[in-house]
Design a protein around this ligand. Structure first.
Ligand code: EPZ
Length: 418
């Protein structure tokens, strides 16, 4: 009833269109809170994390409606009510509303968003950075309030390029007094999308020597309602690109954000896939998994993304030899390994390093999704396996994939929900 059934063992053939980016749309939705009027976010993926963020925004007074994949957010009359705890803790990305509410009201009250199975996911870097802007944080058990009599721009250097902390500083800084210089900022494409949205609305943000990850944000700019198109999702596109490496075949990923996928495309070509880029997507041709990956670390953009680590692990279960993948971003992101072992994979784990010994075949069986990207990787493994794989807990996958059954079905996979 809550599972996805995959009958694997066949190459992928076909074309599928890539959805809007989950990790770009969530901070942009939070940014709409800074604009007293109706902003339109186009190419918005219909995923549960977006519906969740919509609920949070409606909770504080935003009027929101959909028109196909355009989201209309009217933040003219919002209140500074605290959001219901269970809504905030239900989704990590609720933390992005902290910076937006500080920017709009000068205060926020919310539960700690909490961790998830991939890691404890603290917010210390967010809070330390905001304190430097004059924000006073009062923390209780699992709740905290943040107030800023005068949100003030300053020079902030993040101890590590946290994506969420970068987004929260940007959301506060665009409304702060004076200039904020943010050093060691994250450089993920989702940060660029947020800055593009805010600049289109009237903010002044310069990527001052962006190669060195420094952003310069001039505050107190009036922001105006705009329409903005969300870029397509590099992680969703990467999931399907890796799938064809595992199964073999020939696919076209329409609207794939090629310029955000360089590390992945390089890896695919190193594994003997033929990747050809055209103006509206990428074609991938692969014989099926052969080459191993001797050693690879996940890293911050533009290195190999942590969100692609589980799908890559699934692909490597049938590579001819030994591969080593080291997870450097999250402390507990190898949870998929026991599930892959149920399918016959041979994987050893020591600390955050997985050593994969390729096997002749994976066998379909019942497995459990425990989180978003691991769940998608189990479906990918199901495409590679002989027989039927039943992936339980599809709700985790629906957080970030608009319709993974539709997409894999477009690529010729025998897949259905049940
Ligand atoms: C964003 O999470 C993404 N989520 C994640 O995607 C992605 O994996 C991650 O960035 C890294 O690219 C969204 O954009 C909604 P971080 P975020 O702050 O912002 C530690 C997916 O599957 N850290 O860069 O939470 C943290 O624990 C999701 O779509 C602190 O220690 O990532 C982690 O180990 C999963 N203190 C590392 O930094 C802090 O205050 C990277 O976290 C903040 C982070």
């Amino acid at each position: 009833m809550n599972a996805i059934h995959v009958r694997g063992g066949n190459p992928l053939f076909g074309e599928t269109k890539i959805q809007g980016s989950k990790n770009a749309v969530l901070p942009v939705m939070a940014a709409a809170l800074l604009i007293e009027g109706t902003s339109v976010i186009e190419n918005c993926p219909r995923i549960t994390d977006v519906f969740h963020m919509q609920q949070l925004l409606e909770e504080i007074g935003c009027k929101i409606h959909w028109r196909d994949r355009s989201l209309y957010i009217d933040a003219a009359n919002v209140t500074e009510n605290a959001m219901r705890g269970e809504l905030v803790t239900g989704m990590r990305s609720s933390i992005m509303l902290l910076g937006a509410m500080l920017g709009r009201f000068g205060k926020a009250a919310m539960n700690h968003p909490g961790g998830c199975v991939i890691g404890e996911r603290p917010i210390d870097i967010h809070l330390e950075a905001l304190k430097q802007m004059g924000v006073v944080i009062c923390e209780e058990e699992c709740f905290f309030t943040a107030t800023a009599a005068h949100l003030t721009g300053t020079v902030i250097t993040l101890p590590m390029p946290s994506v969420g902390a970068t987004e929260n500083v940007i959301l506060a800084a665009v409304m702060a007094q004076g200039v904020t210089v943010l050093k060691n900022a994250a450089k993920e494409p989702e940060i660029t999308a947020l800055c593009d949205f805010l600049k289109a609305a009237g903010a002044v943000i310069e990527a001052d020597s962006f190669a060195e990850s420094t952003l310069l944000i001039r505050g107190r700019r009036k922001l105006y309602p705009i329409s903005f198109r969300i870029p397509t999702d590099r992680i969703v596109a990467g999931t399907y690109l890796l799938s064809v490496l595992g199964t073999g075949g020939h696919i076209f990923l329409k609207d794939a954000p090629v310029k955000h996928m360089k590390a992945l495309i390089q890896l695919a070509e190193a594994m003997d896939a033929e990747v050809s880029v055209c103006e509206n997507g990428i074609t991938v041709l692969a014989e099926g998994i052969h080459k191993t990956v001797p050693y690879l670390e996940t890293g911050v953009y533009p290195l190999f993304p942590t969100d692609m680590q589980s799908p890559l692990l699934a692909v490597l279960t049938k590579a001819k030899g030994k591969s080593v993948i080291c997870e450097k971003i999250f402390e507990n992101r190898l949870r998929i390994v026991p599930e892959l072992r149920k399918m016959g994979a041979r994987i050893e784990v020591k600390d955050n390093m997985a050593t994969v010994y390729g096997v002749e075949a994976l066998k379909g069986t019942r497995v459990e999704a425990l989180e978003l990207r691991g769940g998608a990787a189990l479906i990918l493994a199901g495409c590679m396996a002989e027989g039927e794989t039943i992936v339980e807990n599809r709700q985790f996958i629906e957080r970030g994939y608009e319709d993974i059954v539709r997409d894999y079905g477009n690529l010729g996979v025998k897949i259905n929900t049940a």
